[in-house]
Ligand binder design. Structure first.
Ligand code: ATP
Ligand code: F6P
Length: 475
């Protein structure tokens, strides 16, 4: 069952900040995190309403507070987004809404707060303050050059100048959130300082704790399942078996590939406490940490059985799992939902960290991968993460690039498709596509090649897995 909070626990996170302060970035991340833990969350981006109502590609003069006509339109956009948000709370049992706009004046915030509190929705302001000019310029370069606010072909200088002028208009009227106003969390200079005020309850404290862990330093997260295990060869679930001879070969080949993709940077290796992941990481010359939370989904009474055994011995359970794999809990064991909850501290820690290689298990990596790539709970248990394959995830401003490297070392296929619902799965949120590009690497360590259709691209392949929100701008 999804988490349903009583109505007084509904929360509206109202973003506050000048343009290019990471509000949309933060809004999208919080949304993805809360959806992943099962809390119904949606972002309402006022910039989207503006583009619909006033048209895209208005220049900076549209944001001049002295422009009365434009100011009226901007208010209309804010109100329409607010109405939709309140409707979503009421009609779709929303739990957390994120209202993504600059909300830079006290008057605008008071209006939002009054309307929301009249509906018994708690308000929390999430403000991003950043006076580091380098960060602001980098943000403009990273996300505003491709913004739908600018026509294709407009040169970089023109965009930067126009965007800076837009910021200046806001700067003139900007009022930071004060203690008297409401509950707030204020991130100062990308979280180098975080100020909180009157935070109440589970939802607000989860959001604050999550925000405190975020950073924007570029890094890579590598995923690998353990090498093929003896249980994999026998088709058995769970257990704590050793690697097979092919799995050992994989563990020997892994360091070559990882070092090639690190460019001399540091890395920490995380494994579970199970033999097969520890053995897979044994030749890697990096600091290692074992996490109990990374142990494979516990199959309870089915541990040590094959899927065929389970079908024969527990036919009802077998069918129930096919009906709802995410929520099905093995007798005496776990469900995927249980695993997501126990992985939450791992996600928090991953957000704080820099380069990490996780050597994990099929179900575990599905859960973590779903967090980064925004898969729904329905899709999550069917994500394909083959043995002897490394996935490299590079978090970007609004999503994640994925590269996949398959080793030339054979392994059994442990994937079991859902016979009842082969491909009717939809995804949460919005994205341009799914990670599908594969670059191969041989066990002898020759350079990974991008797939043929992408060969003309540079080392960082712009994979179809790159996600971007459909919304990325302010009012
Ligand atoms: P706008 O008001 O124009 O919509 P915005 O405040 O929503 O701007 P984003 O579009 O989210 O800004 O900017 C994304 C960029 O912000 C990314 O490059 C990201 O690395 C960076 N960023 C993320 N978090 C922060 C933060 N707390 N402070 C400053 N920059 C951040
Ligand atoms: O088969 C390998 C394995 O890691 C098992 O130990 C585990 O029970 C299973 O994969 C999880 O995958 P699924 O949830 O698809 O059965």
């Amino acid at each position: 069952m999804p988490f349903i909070a009583p109505s007084h626990n509904r929360v509206a996170c109202i973003m506050v900040g000048l343009p290019a302060r990471g509000k949309t970035y933060v809004a999208q991340k919080v949304c993805r995190y809360l959806q992943w833990v099962g809390i119904r969350t949606q972002v309402f981006n006022v910039g989207n309403y503006r583009r619909k109502i006033a048209g895209a590609q208005t220049d900076h003069t549209f944001f001049d507070p002295g422009n009365a006509e434009a100011s009226q339109l901007r208010l209309q956009c804010a109100l329409e987004a607010l109405d939709d948000m309140i409707r979503w709370f009421k009609e779709d049992n929303g739990i957390v809404a994120i209202y993504d706009a600059t909300n830079s004046t006290r008057e605008r915030r008071r209006m939002l707060q009054t309307r929301l509190e009249a509906e018994d929705i708690k308000v929390m302001f999430v403000e991003s303050v950043c006076d580091d000019e380098d960060v602001v310029l980098r943000n403009i370069m990273q996300v505003k050059l491709d913004s739908p606010d600018y026509a294709q072909g407009v040169d970089t200088e023109t965009i930067v100048a126009d965007f800076r002028a837009r910021i200046d208009h806001y700067q003139g009227v900007y009022e930071t959130v004060t203690e008297e106003e409401s509950t707030f969390v204020k991130m100062i200079n990308v979280g180098s300082r975080v100020v909180i005020n009157r935070i109440h309850g589970y939802l607000q404290s989860r959001v604050v704790y999550y925000l405190m862990n975020l950073h924007i330093v570029p890094r890579a997260i590598f995923f690998s399942r353990h090498g093929e295990s003896m249980y994999n060869v026998m088709g058995k679930l769970g257990g704590d078996s050793d690697l097979s001879p092919r799995g050992r070969k994989y563990s020997e080949a892994l360091p070559g590939l990882i070092s090639k993709h690190l460019d001399g940077q540091n890395l920490t290796v995380w494994t579970s406490t199970m033999r097969r992941t520890i053995q897979t990481g044994q030749h890697l010359p990096y600091p290692k940490l074992q996490w109990k939370a990374l142990d494979e989904l516990d199959a309870g009474v089915c541990d040590g059985l094959t899927y065929e055994d389970v079908e024969q011995q527990y036919p009802e359970d077998f069918a129930l799992r096919d009906d709802d794999k995410f929520n099905y809990r093995y007798r005496g064991g776990e469900s995927y939902r249980d695993v997501v909850l126990r992985l939450e501290p791992v996600i928090m820690e991953l957000e704080r960290q820099h380069n990490i290689l996780i050597i994990g298990h099929q179900a575990i990596l599905r859960c973590i991968y779903a967090y980064y790539l925004n898969y729904s709970h329905e899709e999550l248990p069917y994500i394909k993460i083959p043995l002897h394959t490394v996935l490299k995830l590079t978090p970007r401003a609004y999503g994640c690039d994925v590269e996949q490297y398959r080793f030339d070392i054979e392994a059994v296929d442990t994937y079991r498709a859902n016979p009842k619902r082969p491909s009717s799965l939809k995804r949460v949120g919005s994205s341009r596509g799914r990670p599908s590009a594969t670059a191969s690497v041989t066990s002898t360590g020759s350079a990974p090649r991008p797939p043929s259709q992408l060969r003309n691209t540079a080392a960082t392949v712009p994979l179809p897995g790159t996600m971007s929100p459909s919304v990325n701008d302010s009012p």
